[in-house]
Structure formats: C-alpha cells, structure tokens
Write a protein that binds this ligand. Sequence first.
Ligand code: AMP
Length: 218
Amino acid sequence: MKIIMLGAPGAGKGTQAKKIAERYNIPHVSTGDIFRANIKQGTPLGKQAKEYIDAGALVPDELTIGLLLDRIGQEDCKDGYILDGFPRTLTQAEKLTEALADSGNVDLVLDIEVQDDVIIARMGGRRVCPSCGASYHIVNIPTKVPGVCDVCGAAVIQRPDDAPETVKKRLDVYHEQTQPLIDYYKGLGLLFETDGTRAMDEVFSDIVWQIDKVSSEA
Ligand code: AMP
C-alpha cells in the first residue's frame, strides 16, 4: 500500500502517519524528518535545507525530489510506504506519478482538513523532543512531567519553524503551493478527505476505514 498524507502544517499528518505506519507495517517517510536529521548531522544538504526551513519556505524541488525518490527506492519501501510532507508542489506530485509509472501509482491520498485558525492555535502549543523526535502538545498531548520527553527524558522544545510568524508564512506557502494538489489527486480519483479537527482517534478510525476499503477493492 502506497499512501500520501496531505494537509496543512500542523493538521496532524505526522501523528496519523506514524499510527498508520505501525498498524500496516509500512515505513513512515517524512521529508521534514529527513531534512531535520541532515541538519542535526551538519551535512551539506542539511545546511542548504535549514535556510529555507527556518524561513518557513519550501526546500527547492531540485533538492527534495531526488532525495524522496532515493528513499522510496530502498528495500524497506518495496511493499509500500506512507509519505508525510511529500509531495508539497505540483512538480513534486507529477515527478512522483512519473517515477511510479511502471510499478503503479499511489493507492490513496489522505487529506486532513483543518482551518487556519485552529492550526495557529495548535502549533503554538506543539513541542517536540530534539533527541528522539517524539511530538507533544502542551494542552492536547502533554508530557507526563512538564517539559520532559516521556520517551527519552530530554527537554522538549518548540520547533523554530513553529514560531507564530513562521507558522503564518508556512500556511501561506501551503495555500499557494500545496493546496492545488488536492485537485490534482481528486482528478486521479485517489483523494479521501477527512475532518482533522476531531479527536485524534476518531480521525484515525476514519482513515483506517478508508485504507481497508481501498485495499479490499485492490
Ligand atoms: P514538516 O516536518 O513536514 O512540516 O516539514 C518541515 C519543513 O521542511 C517544511 O516547512 C519545509 O521547509 C521542508 N519540507 C519538508 N518536506 C518538503 C517538501 N516535500 N518540499 C519542500 N520542502 C519540504
């Protein structure tokens, strides 16, 4: 099963993608995570990507597309994967469709819909663990001990690109460059839209229902 998660930054793509990866035993491929790992390791790609990420802009397609295609060409992706944060531009989507021409396009595109004002409120409270990558929210998913990661005990932080001004910029970028993908995938008959303002488990049940439906029809 090859699945794409679409949705604005902060819509809950990462959280849902991790749960899907676990349930269906497929790799969770997040371009944002790959960039952040490169930034942490100080690689040349990380240095280039950081500039764009900190400004709330997209990393250019030339850096992103090859990286993603390499990743999904690896052995662990041969039976499927869930893409979280890719594609984000029409060019990325078209290149992915082209690359999958022989093996078959993605099976399902899940779009998690959340309005901008809800996103802004959510992202102000998002905290992440810089050490193990666990994700929290100060109100909705708090750490057991305030400020301390439940998984590894490191101090949790706000991602620099979750600062309010950067969030607004990321939402503008989303509406301009990523939202057109909804129509692109609708046109291909692959889109499933779900209301992401509901409780996390409700959204997950809805998604599982859709994945099971698509896989039973395959
Ligand atoms: P995310 O963790 O998915 O919110 O991604 C964090 C940041 O990484 C984004 O705001 C972009 O700057 C960059 N990024 C992640 N995925 C992509 C992509 N597919 N294309 C361009 N930039 C990306």
